[in-house]
Design a protein around this ligand. Structure first.
Ligand code: GAR
Length: 209
């Protein structure tokens, strides 16, 4: 019984600075053993995440809904790029363009997302980036964190894969809280979740043979 020789082919979808993308790239060869990043797609042409991909010699492109004019054209271009690269797992890492039900059903069980809070708190429509941490501070919670989950047609509603709690400190601003959640939770959880999925998909392949 041979091990599946190929690594799981992963695309990382981004919209901004790409610190989560960087955490994934930095985990290759350590935490991430059974997956490879074969494509980076940014919904924003100027995103710094694209520079990070280029520095790591990963094929990267921008696909802009604004430039393409419609959700359908955007998703058609995205689907083509994912299929051309034979992607098996799609990782949303700070990807801020909403995906339609058609798209999430087509790739059911193959899309994961990182959210900077403990779902079901501070999630769903309108909760992204700093807004999540502003809401947590306004509510006065003492603990927040991050969640990696599968993506379905409900925003932040898919099955939870991993979660990690992070303390809120008395003097936190949205910015300091965002940074702590990234350092103590997001950058750790996302590579772990990718490896977990890649490893179990390899084990499943091995069992069939
Ligand atoms: C991250 O904090 C991520 O969890 C969040 O956007 C940030 C992207 O940062 N995503 C969401 O809020 C999705 N609802 P990055 O570009 O530096 O990885």
């Amino acid at each position: 019984m041979l091990n599946r020789p190929e690594k799981l082919r992963v695309a990382v979808l981004v919209s901004g600075g790409g610190t989560n993308l960087q955490a994934i790239l930095d985990a290759r060869g350590t935490v991430i053993q059974h997956a490879e990043v074969v494509l980076v797609v940014s919904s924003q042409p100027g995103a710094y995440a694209l520079e990070r991909a280029k520095k790591a010699n990963i094929p990267a492109l921008a696909i802009s809904k604004k430039e393409l004019g419609s959700q359908a054209a955007f998703e058609a271009a995205l689907t083509q790029a994912l299929e051309d690269a034979q992607v098996e797992l799609i990782v949303l890492a700070g990807f801020l363009t909403i995906l339609s039900t058609d798209f999430t059903r087509r790739f059911a069980g193959k899309i994961i997302n990182i959210h900077p809070a403990l779902i079901p708190s501070f999630c769903g429509k309108g909760f992204y980036g700093l807004r999540v941490h502003e809401a947590a501070l306004e509510r006065g919670v003492k603990v927040t964190g991050a969640t990696v989950h599968y993506v379905n047609e409900i925003p932040d509603g898919g099955e939870i894969i991993l979660q990690k709690a992070v303390s809120v400190l008395p003097d936190d601003t949205p910015q300091t809280l965002q940074r702590r959640v990234m350092e103590q939770a997001e950058w750790i959880l996302l590579p772990q979740a990718i490896e977990q999925i890649a490893e179990s998909s390899q084990a499943a392949e091995t069992n069939i043979k």
